[in-house]
Design a protein around this ligand. Structure first.
Ligand SMILES: *Cc1c(COP(=O)(O)O)cnc(C)c1O
Length: 401
């Protein structure tokens, strides 16, 4: 695409798009119309957990497409009950609300937390404490929750009721809790913020604080959940459970789907008429969601993600040894990995793309590696070889300069 094409684009200019379009995909591979193949290590930003065109998901979507797409939540949707039951059985949750996206799942969690205190006779408790570096979505409430100036600027008054403290700061967190506080919201591993795992003892501290002060613990596992870290949900590593949790991205494997998971106590106040969605949990989404869960919950699947996550982390760490000026470190859990770069991540993402590897930037200096959870060892080796070639080329050209 030329600059002139972009200037005449009918689309909002909100995305800094690469000049690259794909026409098909299979597993961790993406192909352009010209037949160029790229190794996809970003998976649609942690969405394509089973890669592209996974036969089990394709089959589930096709089968449902021939029967029924959409009916409205005015009617029973058996697939919703089934997926809801299975998610509850596999987690802390006792109730689920389905949405079409992550931000909507967060909105549902925020409304649920406020309504919980309202129904308990404490309507003043509406404030939610969040953490610096957070990302919770792009709706008006979720940009307020994320608290990032670059996303808030120019969109009118920030939605009221969010207080932000530095990540990991116990004193600031305790001090931020007041008579109007309803909940504490955190990503167990910050994604957009730069693949920053929250120490497990800090998550346990939040749980204890919530119990002590009568607050709800809310997790955003939109990016780190659904098997990404080698457990179904990332908070399991810390041995704590939340009261509310937003999930999306991988839960639909590429079909737009999100969910708010809640304990019975936290969700009790969400009675008839308090919330709704036209599409949320429609039969097509439920067919795919159930098929994704078949794969995630298959015996040995999550242990295999843990094994491959460790292996890939070791392999990527070798880049730090060979190119210490460019790659300063590797962090993350399971297959949610981040390469800390010497500078802004954009040029590194671009360099890797020129060598046929797709990654995505995060934070000030991190390149995220979020491959499909089904990536093979041979594909990891291929990825590494391409990354090494890219870094060698960059090192060579900077030495020549
Ligand atoms: C992607 C993401 C969101 C927003 O999800 P959308 O589907 O884009 O609305 C929220 N929180 C986290 C942690 C995310 O990674």
């Amino acid at each position: 695409m030329t600059a002139a094409d972009q200037a005449s684009s009918p689309l909002y200019a909100t995305y800094a798009r690469a000049e690259l379009a794909f026409t098909r995909g299979e597993g961790v591979w993406l192909e352009t119309a010209a037949g160029e193949r790229y190794l996809d290590l970003m998976g649609g930003i942690a969405v394509n957990a089973f890669g592209h065109a996974h036969p089990h998901l394709v089959e589930a979507l096709k089968r449902q497409a021939e029967k029924l797409w959409h009916v409205s939540n005015i009617f029973e949707i058996p697939g919703q009950r089934e997926l809801g039951r299975r998610l509850c059985e596999a987690s802390f949750a006792e109730a689920v609300f389905f949405t079409n996206s992550g931000a909507e799942a967060m909105e549902c969690a925020i409304k649920t937390a406020r309504r919980y205190h309202y129904a308990k006779g404490a309507p003043e408790k509406h404030r939610i404490v969040t953490f610096e570096g957070a990302f919770h979505g792009r709706t008006l409430a979720t940009i307020a929750a994320g608290g990032q100036e670059k996303y808030l600027q120019g969109f009118g008054p920030k939605v009221e009721g969010f207080d932000q403290v530095p990540l990991g700061d116990r004193e600031a967190l305790a001090a931020a809790i007041g008579p109007e506080t309803a909940a504490i919201l955190i990503e167990p591993i910050q994604g957009e913020g730069g693949v920053r795992p929250v120490p497990h003892d800090f998550l346990r501290f939040i749980r204890a604080l919530c119990d002590e002060r009568g607050l709800l613990m809310m997790l955003d596992e939109i990016q780190c959940g659904m098997g990404r870290t080698g457990r179904l949900f990332a908070h399991e590593w810390a041995g704590v459970t939340p009261d509310l949790m937003a999930v999306a991205k991988a839960i639909g494997g590429g079909f737009p789907l999100g969910a708010c998971l809640a304990t019975e106590a936290a969700s009790e106040a969400m009675v008839v008429g308090t919330h709704g969605s036209t599409y949320g949990g429609n039969p097509l989404a439920m067919a795919v969601g159930n098929a994704v869960l078949d794969l995630v919950l298959a015996p040995d699947f999550l242990p295999e993600v843990r094994r491959k996550g460790l292996l890939f982390k070791q392999k990527l760490a070798s880049l730090t040894d060979t190119y210490p000026d460019q790659i300063l470190g590797v962090r993350g859990e399971g297959l949610m990995l981040g390469l800390k770069c010497a500078g802004a991540p954009g040029p590194m993402v671009e360099l890797l793309r020129q060598h046929g590897v797709l990654t995505v930037a995060a934070g000030d200096d991190v390149v995220r590696v979020l491959p499909a959870l089904i990536i093979s060892e041979a594909e990891m080796d291929e990825a590494l070889a391409r990354m090494e070639a890219a870094l060698a080329a960059a090192a060579g050209s900077s030495a020549a300069a």
